[in-house]
Design a protein around this ligand. Structure first.
Ligand SMILES: Nc1ncnc2c1ncn2[C@@H]1O[C@H](COP(=O)(O)OP(=O)(O)OP(=O)(O)O)[C@@H](O)[C@H]1O
Ligand SMILES: [Mg+2]
Length: 257
């Protein structure tokens, strides 16, 4: 069974179909690439799946449950979590550790009153939360910079931090919108390696990305959008050889080799 099942999904802005009758599935434990030229509808698709936009038509099913039209918080609690195209940190003037800890605390179960009363349960949760934050920091390779201000980090580390913050919400489906933009080739390949580790740990990943080397090297399967429509779907090899895809990218600064 597919983890995410999107059926005949459309989103209109006035007369423009930003997403036009798209059906797609994300299977458990895969990195699924969502690519296409600027304005193809990729971010709109993310906004629909995560509840930031209400679809004009169509259906979104997650783990067999209809989540169409639900609010972002509700959807995040069910296990679909995203990063944003530009923002990577919660607080620039807090350290990496503090940022991740705050994100983890948003998941905190102990409750404010018990924290105030300093009950044993709350104390234990506090320790567990701290450990969880440090584990996430290590997973994304940020241990050496955990005490640096988030705002002072190089770009590559800020991107890793963005993923850490999303992971704090314990996603089953993680949506990443152009996570390697601005990264060096080396940072990009490190980043993709970490995504593959996350996938191997059981997190399904939907990756929007213009960097074709990252997409071709990192994704198990790829879906191509153009003008809101799905024009191709397949393995990286199939996509690379697809004439319609090559044509969609003509004149666009993308390296499909
Ligand atoms: N809130 C909005 N209101 C009106 N039009 C919108 C809105 N959001 C997106 N659009 C339009 O929908 C189309 C798809 O935009 P979208 O941001 O989904 O593209 P994209 O594939 O993410 O592009 P990029 O690669 O540049 O990020 C574009 O024509 C865009 O101008
Ligand atoms: Mg976009």
């Amino acid at each position: 069974m597919a983890l995410l099942e999107v059926t005949n999904l459309s989103k209109y802005f006035g007369g423009l179909a930003a997403v036009d009758n798209v059906s797609m599935e994300a299977n458990e434990g895969e990195i699924l690439g969502l690519v296409g030229p600027n304005g193809a509808g990729k971010t709109t698709m993310f906004n629909l799946v995560t509840g930031f936009f209400r679809p004009s038509r169509g259906k979104i099913v997650f783990k067999g449950k209809n989540v169409t039209g639900r609010k972002p918080n509700w959807i995040a609690e069910k296990g679909i979590v995203r990063t944003f195209q530009a923002a990577n940190t919660l607080f620039q003037m807090r350290t990496v550790r503090e940022n991740v800890l705050i994100a983890c605390h948003l998941q905190y179960r102990a409750g404010f009153l018990r924290v105030l009363l300093n009950t044993p349960f709350a104390r234990r949760e506090e320790q567990e939360t701290e450990q969880h934050a440090l584990d996430l920091i290590q997973t994304m390779g940020l241990s050496p910079v955990k005490d640096e201000y988030a705002g002072n980090l190089p770009h590559g580390h800020q991107r890793m931090l963005g993923v850490c913050l999303a992971l704090a919400a314990s996603p089953q489906l993680l949506l990443l919108d152009e996570p390697v933009t601005g990264l060096t080739a080396e940072e990009t390949s490190t980043f993709i390696g970490r995504l593959r580790e996350l996938r191997d740990s059981g997190i399904t990943i939907l990756l929007v990305e213009h960097n074709m080397r990252a997409v071709m090297g990192g994704c198990d399967r790829i879906i191509v959008l153009n003008h809101g429509r799905k024009i191709a779907e397949g393995s990286p090899e199939e996509i690379r050889a697809n004439d319609e895809v090559i044509e969609a990218y003509l004149g666009v600064d993308a390296d499909v080799t």
